[in-house]
Structures are given as structure tokens and as C-alpha cells.
Design a protein. Structure first.
Length: 202
């Protein structure tokens, strides 16, 4: 018996509707339905709640269900790479600040350029790995990535404005980068909005 079938059987055995289960677990009825039909799977925390609610052990819930086990392995992998992604954001911020105060060229400039390229490669690999795990394209994961992108660009903008106000650093060197980043964000937002609109219309 598969995971969804076990959930449905446990619910019926307890004489509950999907709505009643959803209310008890603070979820939507659509979520419970999606789990029972295996259109989606619960995360680990929700899985524990289901186990406690139906008084069924996790071993029984997951028994012989390859799809659910693979999903949990993917979730573990996504949780593992999350701090790495956060680290790349911190490195980006350091790079941004360094760009304002270090002149291009020379050893220092070359070091920061190399750091930026390496960090870009790491971010692209992480993005590709997440795409393989979730089956979602980069543009579809924009809501999750939005906070990282905005935090980097906003910090960069604030530091640049402060540097310009106090006449320190080399704001002129990064002003085209700032403009390009904000334009890029605008383009991505428009693309995401258009894709969402097409999905709702279809």
C-alpha cells in the first residue's frame, strides 16, 4: 500500500473528513487531498504530525513507498544546501562592499574579481542542483530566491549611497553594476508575473 492510500485509510478508519483533518492540523483541505492522491508530499514536520494524529508509526506510513522515501531524501538534500546558499550570499555582500573601496586592477582587484567568479560558479551549481531536486526551473523558484537577491542588491545600494554621500570609495566604478542589477530584478519580476498569469489562465 502506498503512502497516500495509508493516509486515506487512516482518515476513513477514524471517521473523519478531509476538512476535519485539515482543521485539526491547521492546513487546507486541498493539502490533505493532495497528500492522499500523492500529487504532493508532506515535509518532515508535517509527516510527524500526521503520525501522531493518526497514531501510526513513521515506519508504517513509509513502508514500501519508494516515492515518499525519495521525496524525503530530496528534502534532506535541500536542507543541507540551504546554509551553503546563505554563505554565498554573505560572500557576495563582502564582495560588493570590497568593490566600493578597492580600486580595480592590481592584486586586490584581481583577488576580488576571482572571488566573485568563483562565487558565481558555486551559486549556479547550487541553482542547478536545486532545479534537479525540485523539478522547478529557476524562474519558478524566484519567490524563494527573491529575499537573497534583494538583500544583496539593497545592501550594495545602501553602501554605495553612503560612500557617495561621504565621498569615500569608488561609487562610479559600481554604479553601472547597480543599474544593471536593478534592471535585471525588474525583468525577472516581470517574467515571473507573466509565467504565473499564464499558469492561472491555462
Amino acid at each position: 500500500m502506498r503512502f497516500g492510500e495509508r493516509l486515506k485509510q487512516a482518515r476513513i478508519k477514524n471517521g473523519l473528513t478531509q476538512k476535519q483533518v485539515a482543521d485539526q492540523l491547521n492546513l487546507s483541505r486541498q493539502t490533505i487531498s493532495s497528500w492522499e492522491t500523492e500529487n504532493s508530499y508532506p515535509d518532515i514536520d508535517s509527516l510527524i504530525k500526521l503520525s501522531n494524529f493518526y497514531q501510526i508509526s513513521l515506519d508504517v506510513l513509509l513502508k514500501e513507498d519508494v516515492g515518499m522515501k525519495e521525496y524525503l531524501k530530496k528534502q534532506e538534500a535541500l536542507d543541507w544546501i540551504k546554509p551553503i546558499k546563505q554563505l554565498t550570499v554573505i560572500v557576495d555582500m563582502i564582495f560588493v562592499i570590497g568593490m566600493l573601496f578597492i580600486r580595480h586592477g592590481g592584486i586586490a582587484g584581481g583577488f576580488f574579481l576571482l572571488l566573485a567568479l568563483l562565487n558565481l560558479v558555486v551559486m549556479m551549481r547550487i541553482g542547478r542542483f536545486q532545479e534537479q531536486l525540485t523539478g522547478k526551473q529557476q524562474i519558478e523558484r524566484w519567490p524563494q530566491n527573491r529575499k537573497y537577491v534583494y538583500s544583496i542588491v539593497i545592501v550594495m545600494t545602501i553602501v554605495a549611497l553612503v560612500s557617495w554621500y561621504f565621498h569615500v570609495g569608488h561609487v562610479v566604478d559600481v554604479s553601472p553594476i547597480l543599474a544593471g542589477l536593478w534592471i535585471g530584478i525588474l525583468i525577472v519580476e516581470i517574467m515571473y508575473f507573466s509565467k504565473n498569469r499564464q499558469r492561472h489562465q491555462s
